[in-house]
Design a protein around this ligand. Structure first.
Ligand SMILES: [Zn+2]
Length: 216
């Protein structure tokens, strides 16, 4: 989970409490969230986008049509988040919550590994966010959710391997250093998949921090 800067301009459909999932709302969310689910940060296999109410509205129109309360999530994460404790998590669109620094994201780059989340800045919200991420990526759910979590980890592994290949190229291939450097920088951008995991690979390594810390 990374910080997402939401547009200051409120989509017109929300103004009259007309619709919270009209085309203008969806398009603005898609731009602001870089086409990614804000929880799992996948961007290639989302077939079901959800306009998610960050704080469940439970019939309260002021929450239902509040632009600040609308997020983009995938079907998998949206359904995992329905548990009550996940009403109180870090808000990725609030820079003061420092979501990315608060939770270390890590995954060993091998098949069948689970994703690891560690609270670095402790709070109830951070603990709940960690539990949400853990359940999203590693949850031993029943039925389709279990398959979805495994699929998500397979996508994560694929992306982490691409990123670590680029790092290896940067460190080993003296002639193509600049080529690999630009690939790494692309991976660290907010519109890349699973950016929080990639940025933590950099944070966890002093040498990489000196070369790429400025791109986090
Ligand atoms: Zn998701």
């Amino acid at each position: 989970m990374i910080y997402v800067q939401k547009s200051q301009t409120i989509p017109v459909s929300l103004a009259n409490y007309k619709s919270y999932d009209a085309q203008d709302v969806i398009e603005q969310l898609n731009v602001d969230f870089h086409g990614k689910c804000y929880i799992c940060e996948q961007n290639e296999s989302i077939t079901t986008y959800n306009v998610e109410h960050f704080v469940p509205h439970r019939g309260d129109a002021s929450l239902q049509y509040d632009w600040k309360n609308l997020f983009l999530s995938c079907g998998h994460c949206n359904s995992v988040k329905t548990a009550r404790k996940f009403d109180d998590i870090l808000n990725c669109s609030d820079s003061t919550h420092e979501v990315e620094k608060a939770i270390r994201h890590y995954c060993n780059p091998f098949p069948k590994e689970f994703a690891i989340f560690e609270v670095k800045i402790s709070s109830i919200k951070a603990n709940n966010t960690k539990d949400l991420l853990d359940k999203t990526f590693n949850g031993e759910h029943t039925g389709f959710k279990k398959i979805e979590s495994a699929n998500l980890r397979a996508l994560l592994l694929k992306e982490i391997n691409k990123f670590t290949d680029a790092i290896e190229g940067f460190q080993e291939e003296a002639d193509e250093k600049e080529y690999y450097k630009s690939k790494i920088i692309q991976h660290l951008k907010s519109n890349s998949a699973f950016t929080a995991f990639k940025r933590w690979i950099i944070r966890d390594n002093l040498m990489l921090m000196s070369d790429f810390g400025q791109y986090l």
